[in-house]
Design a protein around this ligand. Sequence first.
Ligand code: HEC
Length: 97
Amino acid sequence: MRKIIAVASFTAVLLSSCTPKTQTATAPTGPATSTAAQIAQGKTIFENSCGRCHKLPDPTAHTSVQWVGIMNSMAPKAKLTDEQHQWVYDYIVSVEK
Ligand code: HEC
């Protein structure tokens, strides 16, 4: 029992020492891990690439879960790299909140 508590508090320390700002984006469609600069880049890419075939979508029109699926089908259409895919997704989700 004591061991479990020790492991749990160690995990908590690990988690709290890992702020999103110092992480680099590696997960293709995970929760927002991009820096402010990457999100700003995502916004530019979104505005330049996502209004070419249809009008620019409204980020607030879908939930973050729906956007995972939409981005999975739209990123290849817009010829985004995995990184750009992540930044655009994180930008969209940042608008939503
Ligand atoms: C090469 C053309 C093209 C590009 C570029 C493109 N889309 Fe689309 N998009 C489509 C087409 C065609 C549809 C409608 C058919 C479909 O859902 O596949 C669509 C539909 C959508 C929808 C509606 C989906 C729904 O379920 O209601 C959204 C939202 C969307 N696109 C977002 C984006 C975003 C964000 C980007 C930029 C990453 C993007 N699109 C880039 C062609 C494109």
